[in-house]
Structures are given as structure tokens and as C-alpha cells.
Design a protein around this ligand. Structure first.
Ligand code: SF4
Ligand code: SF4
Length: 451
């Protein structure tokens, strides 16, 4: 399957400082030739490198509002975290009307998709054949993390679409019902992160197609100065507290009601929990909400608001919009039949972390790595361009790097070389005069004397 990515490097800005290689959760970055290179097979688009880079050299490639021109009827899908960018005192009907003012013909809240999906998740969790804990599929960076780093947990992943996918499909169904042809309808997500841009790009050509992902930061910048001119249209806002809560960590599990659920946020925390699940140390949890960003989507790298303040905004909004508008069982059945909850992209294990497909060869490589590690300094300094000494050892064994990329091994090699040259120099042919041998260092009294 083709690999899509939305995180890119601006080579001009990259100073090769190695900050990003240490934070990448899948060790997908190496600094080569003074520039940070991303291994596309390993990258999860989590955005950690964008967050970390002091030189703003990493960026997410998103779409612009110009893309709306390609369609006759356009629908904006604002992420729940989008609401939290504004002061909670601003009515959501105003924010959503602001999106219409920017050129969209309709808005459909992803928060509404989330609360509808929550009902389907509760239904799914009643099955008897679950592989526990079921891991949420809402954060695409987490899904990709499982595919890349925890393939043994693939069966734990919730086999339902994300709130974004659900919202896109219901919104598109509505537009088709109004009489628009599929190619006339453009569905655009207002995204808090690059992982969701990638999810949009992988959404296929069917009902769940997402035609573009526009950065939350860019839309916010356009809207905020004009908001005082925008009228509040309360009817535009349908989602209640259950859906709005998905903007922050814990909101998803709360929307499922009472149960043995847990929430973990921050990609490195997620990795620690998944390691426990892998070895069977996490018991008594039925559902695991896992989000790559600290604090959940309010912490996305394309958000503008401080995530802690955004979280306060979400909590206030949840109180303010405490009404929950239900839907009919008939609607739910229609959505099920139309495939609204089904995932279009199946989960697949990436084999990038394996040393070799052949077990024997993998063992040999493992032993070579261990052997090389004994000679590496174990400082994990990053000066070689790899995040750790082990990562460099793996790269060397896989033919992607050389031992002398490590400055310590390079120094040792140079010392050895110097000794050899010195020894060679002392073997000047006896036909030459003794004075001449001393001139070129032929005595045995130097620091590299071999006695
Ligand atoms: S953090 Fe990474 S991308 Fe940014 S300047 Fe340093 S090496 Fe380059
Ligand atoms: S937690 Fe939310 S904002 Fe962060 S990567 Fe996942 S989906 Fe994107």
C-alpha cells in the first residue's frame, strides 16, 4: 500500500541539531549530511518532531481554502478541538457561522460524529469475542504506532472508523440526499494535527472521502479577527457535551458511560501502556482511549491555544452545551447499512522494526548488533545522527550507516591508524641514515611506541 505522509522538512531551516531524532517515538529520523531525514516506513505523523524542532524546520503539509473552488457544494468538518481555540464565552453558533462566511456551504461537526460513534462503540463492546483491551482507533498516530511498533496488538484495535470518518460519511450522505452528485461535493476537515491530514489523504474515493484537510491554525487566524462581525446561528450547533469532550483526553471514555475504561495521552505514555499490554500486565481494562498528544487533540501541533487553557474551554463548553440530542434507531440502521461505521482502510502490520524476515538471519544480525554495542560508548549522544547507540548499531548491521559515523569509534580508528602509520614509519629501510629515521620519527620513544 502507498505510504502517505504529511510531515516534511524544510532543508534550508534544518541545522542538523539532532533535537528531533531523540523525541521521535519510532526512531524514524536520522541526521545525514547535516539534515534530518525521515524514514517514511516508520513515521507515524504524530508531530513530535514539529513540536520539538527549535528551528521550525519540520512542518505539516495541509490544504488551503482555495481547494474549495473545485467543488459545487462544500462541507466543513471542524474537529472538536477547534471549538477550544476560542474563548468559551463565544457561542459555537457564531464559530460555525464563521466557517460558512469563509466559503463553506455547510458545517457538520466532528463532535456530532463522535457522539454517534460512541453509541456504536458501546454496542461493539458488548460482543463476547473481544481482544482486550480494545484500543481506540480515533487517533491515527496511535493506529500507525500499533502498525509500526506493536503489530501484536493489531487485533486490539477497534475495527470501527474514527469520528472524522463517521462525520465525513454522514455529511456526504446528507449532501447526496439534497441532490448533489458525488463529484460535486467537497468535504474538508479542520485539522489539529498532521496525523489527521494523513488520515484524510488515505480516506479513499468512496463515501468517506475527505477532499482536504485545512490547518486549524490557519482557519483560526482567518476567523478570529472577524468573529465580532459574525452572527450567532444557534441551530448550526448540534453536538452536545458528549461529542465536544472528545477534544481532550478522557472525553472519549466519558462519552461511553460507565465501564472499565482508561485514557492515556502523550505518545511516549501510550508506548509505555502498550508495552504493558503486550506482556499481559494490563488487566481489567475493556477499552483504552489512547491519544498521541499530551492532553489529547487540544494538544495537537496545529492548534493555537495553550492546551491547558483549551482544556478549560472544553470543560466550560461541555457544561454550556449539556443537552444531548439523540437520533432515531432508524437513522442508526441506515448509517450502518451505508457503511458509516466501517473502516475503509484495514490495519496492517509494518515490518520495519524487524531485523530480518528470516529468523536465522535476524538472530545473526541481533548478535552482530550486541557485539557492536560493546564497542559503542553507550552515551546515546546523537552525534552520529542516530537517536541511540543501539539505533546506530542496527543501522550499521542493516547497511544504512557505518561504524565510523560514531565520533568515538572514528577517534579510536584514527588512533589505531596513527599507530600503524607510526609503526610503518619506524620501518624505514636500513639503507637510510639514522638521522633521517629520527627526522621522520623513527625512534621508539614517542607516545605511540609499540616497545
Ligand atoms: S530538530 Fe531536527 S529538523 Fe529541526 S533543526 Fe534540528 S535536526 Fe533539523
Ligand atoms: S491526539 Fe488528536 S491531535 Fe494529537 S495526533 Fe492524535 S488525533 Fe491528532
Amino acid at each position: 500500500m502507498e505510504v502517505f505522509h504529511s510531515v516534511f522538512l524544510d532543508e534550508e531551516k534544518c541545522k542538523g541539531c539532532t533535537h528531533c531524532i531523540r523525541r521521535c517515538p519510532t526512531e524514524a529520523i536520522r541526521v545525514k549530511g547535516g539534515k534530518a531525514r525521515i524514514d517514511e516506513e516508520r513515521c507515524t505523523d504524530c508531530g513530535e518532531c514539529i513540536r520539538t524542532c527549535p528551528n521550525h524546520a519540520k512542518y505539516a503539509q495541509t490544504d488551503s481554502l482555495e481547494a474549495l473552488q473545485e467543488f459545487r457544494y462544500t462541507i466543513a468538518l471542524p474537529a472538536p478541538a477547534f471549538y477550544a481555540q476560542f474563548k468559551f464565552t463565544i457561542p459555537l453558533g457564531k464559530v460555525l457561522n464563521g466557517l460558512l462566511r469563509l466559503g463553506f456551504n455547510e458545517v457538520f461537526e466532528v463532535a456530532r460524529g463522535a457522539e454517534i460513534l460512541a453509541a456504536e462503540i458501546v454496542r461493539f463492546l458488548q460482543r463476547r469475542d473481544l481482544v482486550l483491551p480494545v484500543i481506540s482507533s480515533a487517533c491515527p498516530a496511535v493506529v500507525r504506532l500499533v502498525e509500526v511498533k506493536f503489530p501484536s496488538l493489531l487485533d486490539n484495535l477497534l475495527p470501527l472508523d474514527s469520528p472524522l470518518g463517521v462525520a465525513a460519511k454522514i455529511a456526504r450522505l446528507g449532501a447526496l440526499k439534497k441532490g448533489y452528485r458525488p463529484e460535486e461535493v467537497g468535504v474538508f476537515f479542520i485539522t489539529p494535527c498532521p496525523a489527521k491530514v494523513t488520515e484524510a489523504r488515505q480516506s479513499g474515493k468512496g463515501l468517506g472521502r475527505i477532499d482536504g484537510a485545512i490547518s486549524m491554525a490557519s482557519i483560526y487566524a482567518r476567523l478570529v479577527s472577524e468573529l465580532h462581525l459574525v452572527e450567532d446561528i444557534p441551530d448550526l450547533q448540534i453536538a452536545g457535551f458528549k461529542g465536544i469532550g472528545w477534544a481532550r483526553s478522557g472525553g472519549e471514555q466519558e462519552s461511553l458511560g460507565e465501564g472499565e475504561y482508561m485514557a492515556v495521552d502523550g505518545i511516549h505514555n501510550v508506548i509505555s501502556v502498550f508495552e504493558k499490554i503486550e506482556v499481559g500486565e494490563l488487566k481489567g481494562v475493556v477499552y483504552c482511549e489512547a491519544q498521541a498528544c499530551v492532553g489529547g487533540c487540544v494538544g495537537g501541533v496545529l492548534a493555537v491555544q495553550n492546551p491547558f487553557i483549551a482544556k478549560v474551554n472544553v470543560n466550560h463548553l461541555m457544561k454550556k452545551y449539556s443537552v444531548f440530542r439523540p437520533w432515531s434507531e432508524e437513522e442508526m440502521e441506515t448509517w450502518r447499512r451505508a457503511g458509516v461505521f466501517a473502516r475503509e482502510r484495514v490495519y496492517e502490520a509494518k515490518e520495519v522494526m524487524k531485523l530480518d524476515r528470516d529468523f536465522q538471519k535476524a538472530m545473526e544480525k541481533y548478535q552482530r548488533i550486541e557485539h557492536l554495542l560493546e564497542r559503542l560508548p553507550g552515551l546515546d549522544c546523537g552525534a552520529c545522527g542516530s537517536p541511540t547507540c543501539r539505533a546506530l548499531a542496527e543501522d550499521v548491521v542493516q547497511g544504512k550507516a557505518e561504524e565510523i559515523d560514531c565520533p568515538f569509534l572514528l577517534r579510536d580508528n584514527m588512533l589505531e591508524l596513527a599507530k600503524e602509520i607510526y609503526a610503518l614509519a619506524s620501518k624505514v629501510p636500513q639503507t637510510m641514515s639514522g638521522k633521517r629515521r629520527e627526522d621522520i620519527g623513527g625512534s621508539n620513544s614517542g607516545p605511540c611506541a609499540t616497545s
